[in-house]
Design a protein around this ligand. Structure first.
Ligand SMILES: [Zn+2]
Length: 106
């Protein structure tokens, strides 16, 4: 038998003020760590993302990496996977084309 760590939904407790700040920064395309660089991945700019990954990879086991990642997410230091996409308004101009069918077409 072996142990695998599959991503599973977890409930995160986060301060509402911090959550509001994160939503605002993502909308403005600014790194959630408070620097003024644009968002690259998971709410972080390239430099902050690199620092996050560096510490995560320094953990010895996948279980330790998962615990570190969860703590960082709860602290509002990094977004969960896919959260950035959910928070950021799309920049694709075609995204909403056809979602409302005009009366004269129906
Ligand atoms: Zn940053």
């Amino acid at each position: 038998m072996r142990v695998v760590y599959l991503p599973a939904p977890v409930e995160i407790e986060m301060d509402q003020d911090r959550q509001d700040e994160i939503v605002k920064r993502i909308a403005e395309d600014r790194c959630i760590r408070g620097c003024e660089r644009p968002v690259h991945c998971r709410g972080l700019c390239k430099e902050c993302d690199s620092q996050f990954r560096s510490v995560r990879q320094s953990k010895k086991t996948e279980k330790e990496r998962a615990a570190f990642e969860r703590s960082a997410i709860e602290a509002g230091m990094v977004l969960a996977p896919n959260e950035q996409r959910r928070l950021r308004p799309t920049t694709n101009p075609f995204a909403n084309v056809g979602s409302e069918v005009p009366d004269h077409v129906a």
